[in-house]
Design a protein around this ligand. Structure first.
Ligand code: GDP
Ligand code: MN
Length: 377
């Protein structure tokens, strides 16, 4: 889950990281009041959950009230990466002398958390990685949740020249590590971390992504979610304990287990079809889940046929079969269903379905070939 800059700034500030002072506004009058309090010039920063706001014209420095009002109105009209600017942060302008990048993320290849820093800050780090990879320095936590200061020394001195800045940056990194683990982040990033005219180091931008799977440990973070960026169907699926991801194709998929769901999508592709979604009904037996799953995937008007692929272990095939029949009674199925079930209570399931006129397929290959041909009819 991504949060806005102004929200991430608050989290950093609470953790004791020095940040540029500011507040967020949705109306020009609020913005004026904030600017009046901090004094001009101020920076107006569009709050959208996409990168490169600066380049997109979403960040403007203004010198006086009049310009603030007109610029604020312009920004509110702007769309960045297709998203409307509903809130604008009004931040006291910093006299920037130098911009750095600092960030923490997970390196899945190394099974470790990595601290990243660069003296080439203010631009996208992916860009620096391409054009000037040597300018990016890394420090691996090696499984720890605190810094090994001896080893860290080499890392931080390669970025910051003078001792004072090295010490402050070390302190900022320690706090960033704390924020990262306390909130189960997948990314915590400051770009740019700046040196201002007085030689202070402070965060001029803030980015945090939370690990979606850890959010149930942080009820308070859920309030930070911006629904503008959420897919309504994915949210509903989550509430109903289904793992669902919408895709571009036209073959609806209902599968039990994430592994089988992935394999099913691969095989649909291999057979020349295109999956419309990933959907894992999970390992428990509950006819209602099939009904919920069908209701959600049928909202996608691109769907031409639906494949139900079940490998019964803890999931019992007869429960799935009951779900299919319930669904058929309750909803008007506009597209054909192709059902393949195997495993626990398979015989009962097949009997139940064939008594009610639902054909089943014996193998995954047959079922997939059938559903793909239906999707192309
Ligand atoms: P991003 O483009 O979405 O990453 O937005 P940032 O918040 O990083 O801002 C982009 C750039 O705007 C920064 O790298 C700075 O160069 C500039 N900027 C942001 N805040 C200030 C400020 O207070 N003063 C000045 N002079 N420039 C700023
Ligand atoms: Mn930035």
């Amino acid at each position: 889950m991504k949060i806005h800059e102004y929200q991430a700034i608050e989290i950093f500030k609470k953790a004791g990281i020095p940040v540029a002072s500011g507040k967020v506004a949705s109306e020009a009058e609020e913005a004026v009041a904030i600017a009046e309090e901090s004094g001009y010039p101020v920076v107006l920063k569009s709050q959208v959950l996409v990168g490169g706001r600066g380049k997109a014209g979403g960040i403007k420095v203004v010198q006086d009230k009049e310009t603030l009002i007109s610029t604020f109105a312009q920004l509110r009209e702007l769309k960045i990466g297709g998203y409307p600017v509903e809130k604008v942060a009004v931040v006291r302008a910093i006299d920037i002398k130098k911009e750095f990048y600092i960030g923490i993320t997970v390196d899945p290849g190394k099974n470790d958390v990595v601290l990243i820093a660069s003296a080439e800050g203010g631009v996208e780090i992916e860009e620096v990685a391409k054009t000037n990879p040597d300018a990016i320095k890394k420090y691996y936590l090696q499984g720890e949740r605190t810094l090994d200061l001896d080893r860290f020394q080499g890392f931080i001195t390669s970025i910051f020249d003078d001792k004072t800045h090295q010490d402050i940056a070390t302190d900022i990194f320690q706090k960033l590590v704390q924020v990262f683990f306390d909130n189960d982040c997948s990314i915590a990033e400051i770009n740019p971390l700046v040196i201002d005219g007085e030689g202070n180091l402070l965060a001029a931008d803030a980015k945090i992504n939370f690990d979606e799977n850890a959010l149930e440990r942080h009820a308070e973070l859920n309030d930070l979610r911006d629904m503008t960026y959420e897919d309504a169907d994915e949210l509903e699926a989550k509430e109903k304990n289904l793992s669902f991801v919408k895709l571009e194709g036209n073959v609806g998929c209902i599968v039990n287990g994430a592994g089988l769901a992935m394999a099913t999508m691969d095989i649909v592709k291999l057979a020349g079809g295109n999956p419309a979604n990933f959907l894992d009904v999970g390992g428990s037996s509950n006819p209602e889940k099939v009904l919920n799953a069908l209701n959600i995937i049928l909202r996608n008007k691109d769907i031409k046929a639906i494949l139900i692929n079940i490998f019964g272990g803890i999931t019992r095939c007869d429960d799935i079969a009951k779900g299919i029949l319930q669904a058929r009674d309750q909803i008007d199925l506009p597209v054909p269903l192709v059902v393949r079930l195997t495993g626990t209570n398979e015989t009962e399931a097949k009997e139940l379905l064939s008594q009610n006129g639902v054909e089943t397929y014996a193998t995954m290959r047959e079922a997939v070939e059938k559903v793909v041909s239906l999707s192309q009819a």
